[in-house]
Design a protein around this ligand. Sequence first.
Ligand code: ARG
Length: 574
Amino acid sequence: MKQTLIELLDERVRAALDAAGCEGAPAVVQVSGRPEFGDYQANGVMGAAKARKMNPRQLATQVVEKLDLVGIAGKVEIAGPGFINITLDDVFLAQQMDAALNDERLGVPAVEAKRVVVDYSSPNLAKEMHVGHLRSTIIGDALARVLRFLGHTVIAQNHVGDWGTQFGMLTAYLIEAEQGGDATVALTDLEDFYRRAKQRFDEDEAFATRAREYVVKLQGGDPEVNALWRKFLDVSLHHCEAVYEKLGVGLTREDVMGESAYNDDLAPVVEDLRAKGLAVESDDAIVVYVDGFVNREGDPLGYIVQKKDGGFLYSTTDLAAVRYRVSKLHIDRSLYVVDARQGQHFQQMFAVSRKAGYAPDSVQLEHVGFGVMLGEDNKPFKTRSGGTVKLADLLAEAEERAYALVSEKNPDLPEAERRAIAQAVGIGAVKYADLSKNRNSDYVFSWDTMLAFEGNTAPYMLYAYTRAAGVRRKAEDWNPKAAISLTEPAEHQLALALSRFADALQAVSRETMPHFLCGYLYELATQFMRFYEACPVLKSEGDVRASRLRLCELTARTLKTGLGLLGIQTLEQM
Ligand code: ARG
């Protein structure tokens, strides 16, 4: 397949619009919301008619006369003010199923490959990873997987915070801890390490002075202080990697491109911005003004790139990173999977990058923002005592809770098996709960909701997969070559859901919205369960049985692949 179904229908409807005298009018093909209105709806006629002052019903009739969907649609109808409702032909759909079954990529066409940076996870290494980094890590990982599957070259960039005054304090404290002989022990809990370092800094003037000297030495490239700093980063990255491993997220050291990597470029960036007349001195900083950004009072809002004391900022680093990504990584697109509260920073940074010529218009820059994770009390997620929740603890709890659940449902399974199931269910639940929500909104983290076996949850999806895969396992007379034929409405609906996989993935890639994929998989699972109720599989016979088994097989493969693209591991039994 070279096209997705929507692309194919879109092409045909556009050709018909052209032939009906509306050249260049968009077809606006969408999945139909209700089966009684057909499978797809083309809504372009109304706009085209309006622009040309034509009667939309009349135009729709002309378009349908010119519309060539022979061998694709079984039924084409005009409805309402000029909608064109399209129902796919069962033979055509069956061919799509056969083609998908015979394709490793399940019929998903490879797109024109682009080079895409996904900047995600990116924790601050001074402290331990906390829930604030969970969403970026999970969402970024899913996007990276989908883009890669579609055929893009994905370059993960873990833009860790590994630079700044805190690190002077931490390296100074590391020496003390080492002199005390327990540096390794002290570093097992970074949160604690940070707290103690901060306490020393606040309480002991001599220590604070030393810490400040260390910042200067660090920036000056002093080898000894640099070695200490690196040691600290190494330990901190190990902590992150433990979390990545638990989460099944593929980030490695190779993907780390921290803030410090851009040090040498910060002064040149500011110099360049000044030379171009973009950066100006304002009050006590060096600032870039771009049209369209104003503060609450309506005054122009500047983007600070250098402080009065000469220090550079987060903003300067991101400008240097854009230059690097465009000139060295040769990217076509850069996704920043970062908390929505940094929205203004990114919008300003993109505008400055365009103006300064760091990112030509051909390179897409997108802030993939997300809302805050809330507790069940609708307040920012915290521990019972009000502290930040460490990711490692949260994930351990997920597995514990899933283990209790599995043990209750399946007390007879051997312990090791229950543990393995609990791991997939627990981690899967945390990820799926996050990914299934529109990332732009805040979301309530609720163990009970995410671990429920009903609804759009990981346990339900994993269970649906075991059902589909289980049928296939139970069938001894499995014919891998059997042709699919669709006769029952439930078969049509299931095949339709299966045929939409490619379009769902493209929508995820285009809009950077992983919840589209969750919604798609949930619809697929729902249609599968309906099919399974309505159409006997193992109890049917002959060609019907062979065809239905093939539908189960394709459902299982699509669910497994789709969940895999969300970073969720499936189980054969649960
Ligand atoms: N370290 C930052 C934080 O924890 C996120 C960095 C995101 N990436 C970027 N290129 N600014 O908030």
